[in-house]
Design a protein around this ligand. Sequence first.
Ligand code: ZN
Length: 447
Amino acid sequence: MTADPVIVSPVSATPDFAALTADLMNRIDSLCLLTEVPGTIQRTFLSRTAAEMHAALSAWATGLGLDAWVDPAGNWHAVLPGSAPDAPTFIIGSHLDTVPDGGKYDGLLGVALGLTLAGQLNRSSAVLPYRLEVLGFSEEEGVRFGVPFIGSLSALGQAGPLLNVQDSQGRSVRQAMRDFGLDDAHIEDATLSGPHLGFLEVHIEQGPVLEAAGQPLGLVSALVGHHRLKLSFTGRANHAGTTPMTLRQDALMAAAEWMLEAERLARDTPGLVATVGQIQAFPGASNVIPGRAELTLDLRHADDTLRAAKLAELEALLQQVSARRGVQAQAEVLTVIPAVPLDAGLQSGLQRAAGQLGLAPPTLVSGAGHDAMILARVMPAAMLFVRTPGGLSHHPDEAVAGEDVQAALEVVWKFLLGLEVRADPGAQVHPEAHADSGTQVDSGTQP
Ligand SMILES: [Zn+2]
């Protein structure tokens, strides 16, 4: 898909990327003043703040000479037409909602960067052989309704079952859409249609890998899959003062030993992360040996086969530890989310564009979920990560460096100019592909 540039009207001048970056950073600073909670950043799905964000983005897009609109699912769009009315579409975007007390750049950076580039292409009178659509998904974080990806699932026509989910006030997604002024009866009009070349999501890394590697940008090869389990250990509760250490069946100590084994196994396996995020001891008194312990395990890796094999090792260790300590142990799998590989062709196009600028972004996997994993069900999808200082995200101190944003702008600019359209694009949107892909998303998949 990415070979020699096929530009109907070549772009002669190189944009002033430093000026574009300064404008983009200023825009994000002012857009983030739109918040539900003064002094913090919070934009939840279908809130009044979400509508204000749509209006501000549309005003920006109109000023750049682009058409903008909001679809029946509350997703925001702007478009740069292609060379022909039936030209295929390439989408660049991310999400517009945030977590409570979130950061400036999670989601919004990808939308604002796409709009900046579409505007610059328009200003340069570039006529591309494809429509360039900028998409700001209405809902990704799952804050209001407890289920993530309502925006991107709507874009695939797959949000129907979610419309009856209720928020904490008992208001359904459908009712909230109506209250927002959306036409929920025609939510299928939010479904992407026509041939699509692919989707690119530029997003902050939200982790420390690029910073540790001294790299401004990274390419995402896959979004990790995960297993989530509940484990229970059953021993015998007894008096903490009268029961000798050698005669105990301490359920919590068995859990602790197994947790350290899980940590060791994950540390010894590249790419594997294992987290025990919840633990409870019963009966839960300071002078009683715990007779029962319950905990959760979140296990993630981009290779589904390897992850399943490591899970089997952890289950064997569970039996060894519990037998040695005279307790019973059980593991129950709550959710299994397969990994989502991203498109190799788009990745090499981005790598080539970066190489022309003297950059060599490392390839990494995403430990978090993103809209790209939803779009990957129906079209080639790619992600470009931007270095996140301190790996800090979902936090008011979330930051990016201007020079890293400039690097992303330059790489994506080159990438977009090099994006080739074949006579038969062959990349139609196929919502039904979902049924065959084996991928699934449920409320357990958190961004
Ligand atoms: Zn995000």
